[in-house]
Design a protein around this ligand. Sequence first.
Ligand SMILES: Nc1nc2c(ncn2[C@@H]2O[C@H](COP(=O)(O)OP(=O)(O)O)[C@@H](O)[C@H]2O)c(=O)[nH]1
Ligand SMILES: [Mg+2]
Length: 398
Amino acid sequence: MGLFDIFKKRNNEEENNNSKVEEVKNDETDAAVDDEQKTDDNVDQASEQETVTSEEEPQSSDPEENSKESDNEDNADEEQPADEKPVEDDQTKFTEGLEKSRSTFGERLNRLFANFRSVDEDFFEDLEDTLIESDVGFDMAVNLTDQLRDEVKLQNAKSKDDVQNVIIQKMIDIYDQNGNDENTEIHFANQGPTVILFVGVNGVGKTTTIGKMANMYKQQGKKVLLAAADTFRAGAIQQLDEWAKRDGVDIVKKPEQSDPSAVVYESVHKAKDENYDILFVDTAGRLQNKVNLMNELAKMKKVLTREIPDAPHEVLLVLDSTTGQNALNQAKLFKETTNVSGIVLTKLDGTAKGGIVLAIRNELHVPVKYVGLGEKVEDLREFNANDFVYGLFKGLIK
Ligand SMILES: Nc1nc2c(ncn2[C@@H]2O[C@H](COP(=O)(O)OP(=O)(O)O)[C@@H](O)[C@H]2O)c(=O)[nH]1
Ligand SMILES: [Mg+2]
C-alpha cells in the first residue's frame, strides 16, 4: 500500500470516529447544543487571540537580537501557558506546535480549490503560487506544477474533487519516493565515543539544541561531553557553559577567539581518554564565504579523525524553520561543504512554514532527525516525517 492510501485510510478512520462523536452530540437537547456552540466560539476566539499576540511580537531580522530578546523574556520557569490547559503530554505539545503550519498549509490549498473553475492554465499558475507561498521550495513548486499538469491530463481529471485528489496524491507520492532510503536514527560509534558535530548559521538554534540533546542522553545514563568550538561569537561559550551546568554534563572550553580546532583537539582527547559516550561539538556558523567555512570544518574533521577515524558520526545541520526558502539555501551551501547526515529543524512552534519539510526531503534528500518546538530543555522531539506530512494533508484527501 502506498503512502497516499495509508493516509487516506487513516483520514477515513479519523473522520468516522469524529462523526460518531457528532452523533452522540446530536442526541443532546438543542439548548445544550446551543451552549456548546457558544463555548466553541469562545475557544476559537481565545486561540485566535493567542496566534495574533505571538505574531505581533517584534521580530528582528538580526538573529542575535532575537536570541537576546528571547533569552530575557522567556526564562524557563516563568513561562506559563496563557490559558488554563492542563500540563500537556508529548503528543499534544507536538500537535499544537505544528498547528500553525497545518492550518495555513491546508487553508491555502483549500482556498485554491474553492476558487476552482476548470483545469486551465490560470489554475496551474495559481497552484504554483500557492505552493511557493507554502514554502515547499521554489524548484519543487515549479517541478510539481509541471508534473501535475501531465498527471491531471493523464487521469482525465475534470471535476474539482478529481483534480484535488490527483494533486494531493501526487504530492504525497513524490514525497514518499524521495524518502525511500531515509534513516532518521542517530548513528552511534560501534565502540568508543560518538561524535556529533553541529553546523548552521548564527541564531538557528545550534547551542540550544545541543543543550536539549545533551540532557536527553544524560537522562538515558550516557556520559556526555560538550565542546565549545564556537569561539567566534561573544557569549557563545558562556551560553553553552550554562547548558552544561543545567544538564550536569562536562564541557571543554577555551578563551574567546581561540582556534576552534584547538577546542576540538582537547575535547576529543578527553572524550577518548575518559571514556565519554557522546561528544557534542558546537561550532560557529560563519558564512562570509564558502571557502572559509569549508576550511574550518575540514580542519576540525582532520583533528577529529586523527583520534577517532570514523568521527564525526553525525553532522547535524540546524535550520530555522521560520526562515523558509532561506533555510533551504543555507542547507544547499552546507551540503556542498560538509557531509551533512541529518537536519534539526528548529522553531517549528512559531511558524506556519511547515511546507519546508516537503522541500527538505524533495530537494536535499537529508532526513530531518529532530525538531525544536520551543526554547526549553524538553522542547525537542524526534521527527516522524510521515505523521507531520499526514497532518499537512489530512482533510484535503478526498
Ligand atoms: N521558539 C523557539 N526558539 C528556539 C528554538 N531553538 C532555539 N531557539 C532560540 O533561538 C535563539 C538562538 O538559539 P541559539 O541556540 O543561540 O542559536 P545558535 O547561534 O545556532 O547557537 C535562542 O533565543 C533560542 O532560545 C525552538 O525550537 N523554538
Ligand atoms: Mg551558538
